[in-house]
Ligand binder design. Structure first.
Ligand SMILES: [Zn+2]
Length: 222
């Protein structure tokens, strides 16, 4: 894909998409009140707004390879500042950490040696090594191969759980959790199937996300 295709898309947005949603964009130009902070991998195959069918203004999005959240106060920078702003200033009600299948970063965590010349990537991937160690100990202490699809899936899930734990070390998150008005969610998006599973702390497992049940209307009296 050349930049020409991107420019054509921009032109189509301005000519046909923007006019249809002019009211929304003009309202958003005055400010934002996003409902959730969505932390996901930078992978090009993830489109958070398409996945959740949300509109501009709904999600505050942090995209970073491996959907990694360094524990506070490590690596103070883009991710920690985005969390602090979303949680402490914008007051989002929910934070979603979303990993995904076929994540190249998770494959790199399983097999880090080829990435060693990439010093920034290697340093960043170290934040996912506790997840790898946990999976090695729990699931595969006796297996010889640690690069099976099952191991990759277990690592990808565990990485989401570890990053949720890291999220809980950030002062802005701690403060809101103490107030009781912030919810944390761990998701795994299956790219090929369009399925999302979410971490259930009671079951200590990822379970399929179902849409909220519609509220039953009270029966009318005869
Ligand atoms: Zn990824």
């Amino acid at each position: 894909m050349s930049v020409d295709r991107i420019l054509k898309g921009l032109s189509r947005f301005q000519k046909t998409v923007y006019p249809k949603h002019r009211d929304l964009f003009q309202k958003l130009a005055l400010g934002q009140r996003p409902e959730a902070l969505f932390i996901t991998c930078a992978d090009s195959r993830i489109d958070p707004c398409m996945l959740t069918q949300t509109k501009p203004g709904d999600l505050f999005i942090s995209r970073v390879i491996g959907n990694i959240v360094p524990p506070y106060p490590d690596a103070i920078g883009g991710v920690s500042a985005t969390i602090e702003y979303a949680v402490g200033v914008l007051g989002v009600a929910d934070v979603i950490v979303c990993g995904h299948t076929d994540c190249g970063v998770m494959k790199g965590v399983m097999n880090p040696e080829p990435l060693e010349p990439l010093t920034s990537v290697s340093a960043w991937l170290n934040y996912a090594q506790p997840a790898r160690q946990a999976v090695l100990q729990e699931k595969a202490p006796h297996e010889e191969r640690h690069d099976s699809p099952e191991f990759l899936l277990a690592l990808t899930e565990r990485n989401v759980v570890e990053q949720l734990a890291n999220l809980r070390t950030h002062p802005s998150v701690i403060a809101r959790l103490e107030q009781g008005d912030l919810r944390l969610h761990g998701w795994l998006y299956d790219l090929g199937e369009g399925v999302v599973t979410a971490y259930d702390p009671e079951k200590e497992a990822f379970v399929r996300v179902e849409s909220p049940k519609p509220k039953l209307r009270a029966a009318r009296r005869p």
